[in-house]
Structure formats: C-alpha cells, structure tokens
Design a protein around this ligand. Structure first.
Ligand code: 5GP
Length: 190
C-alpha cells in the first residue's frame, strides 16, 4: 500500500535495525482518516473469505480491527488480553507469545464465550515480526475449534521471518506493506 509506505517514510522513525516506530498514526496517536483507508484495504485483500469474527491483540490491533470490521458486515472484534483480569471467570483459551524486542513472554487470553466452534476468523495485528503474537492467536482460534481464514498485518518486517513461519504451518498471510530491511535509519520495502 503506497500511501502506507509514504506515511512510514514521512512520519515513522526506526530504532536500530529491528524496530519501526509509527506512534504518530498507529500506535499511540491514531490517524482516523488513514485507518479508514487501512480498513478498506484489508477488505480488498480478504474480499474472498467468510469472516464471522476478527481476532486481534490489545492494544494496537484493536482500532485497526474495528475499522476493518466495518467492511465485513460489522462482525465482532475480539482482542486477546495480555494480563489476566479477575472478571474473566468463564474459562479462557490461552497461548504464550514471546516478544523478541522486549525479551518477555506474555500469555494471551480470550474468554471462551467469544470464539465459537466452526467460526471463520480473520486475525489482524499492527506488526508482524517474528510471528509469535500471530501464532498465539492462531492457536487460540484452533483451541476453540474455529477456522483461521487468514492473518493480516498492517506492517510486516519480512526479514524477521514471521510470515514464513506462519506459511509453513499453512496459514494465509497478507500484509499491507512488507519491509525487507532497515538500515542506517532508512526503511526498504519489498
Ligand atoms: P511478533 O510476535 O510477530 O514478533 O511481533 C508482533 C507484535 O510485536 C505486534 O503485536 C506488535 O505490537 C509488536 N511489534 C513487533 N515489531 C514491532 C515494531 O517494529 N514496532 C512496533 N511498534 N511494534 C512491533
């Protein structure tokens, strides 16, 4: 998505070779007009699938998933929680996700009542890096007996191997933009 690359180039910053910061429009402050375009683009890419529910992870995936949901007949958006709230009392599906950037492991959880057997699920997140968060969301979907229709990242850092890892397991993976390298402050796209 050309506009996304232009926006990353104009408003994003990089930390070393591993982290791309887009907190001016996606991760801290949100550009609502631009998220409308992102939602439409996600629908264009996944126009051929059935979607009963969109699954994401708190917090940055939520807004993106909501803008996409508008184009899938307002299906519910469910976000995995990273901490265990004491209000989650009816049992939950859970899977671990390692953050290579933070060096931590968090357990993602979704209440069992929010994913049902046989449902078609589209997984959406802001970034796809090593693929840990997406794999955890796939695992949660499958624990529920639901079907992973696809994994969608707004920004993929291809060189960190997440999409290859997911495709090896048979998942459909799409990204609005794929970064192949970050070097000396410059971002290179596929
Ligand atoms: P993965 O699990 O694929 O290694 O990383 C994906 C998760 O880590 C996403 O949920 C995203 O929030 C975060 N993440 C990974 N790389 C970046 C990055 O370069 N910038 C930002 N802002 N978040 C990232």
């Amino acid at each position: 998505m050309k506009e996304l690359e232009e926006k990353i180039n104009k408003e994003g910053t990089v930390i070393g070779t591993e982290i791309v910061k887009v907190d001016g429009f996606l991760n801290h402050q949100i550009d609502i007009r631009f998220l409308e375009d992102i939602g439409r683009e996600i629908k264009r890419i996944f126009n051929d699938i059935k979607v009963d529910r969109i699954l994401t992870v708190e917090s940055s995936g939520i807004a993106i998933a909501c803008f996409a949901a508008k184009h899938f007949n307002y299906v519910p958006v469910v976000f995995a929680k990273k901490t265990l709230p004491n209000t989650m009392d009816s049992g939950f599906y859970e899977a671990d996700s390692r953050s290579f950037t933070k060096g931590t492991v968090s357990t993602l959880r979704v209440d069992k009542k929010f994913i049902r057997k046989g449902e078609h699920v589209l997984i959406i997140d802001d970034f796809l890096a090593h693929g840990q968060a997406a794999l955890a969301l796939c695992s949660i979907t499958e624990q529920a007996g639901a079907i992973v229709e696809g994994v969608c990242a707004v920004i993929e850092k291809k060189y960190q191997g997440g999409s290859a890892r997911l495709r090896e397991k048979g998942y459909r993976v799409e990204a609005l933009t794929s970064i192949v390298k970050v070097s000396e402050g410059k971002v290179y796209y596929e």
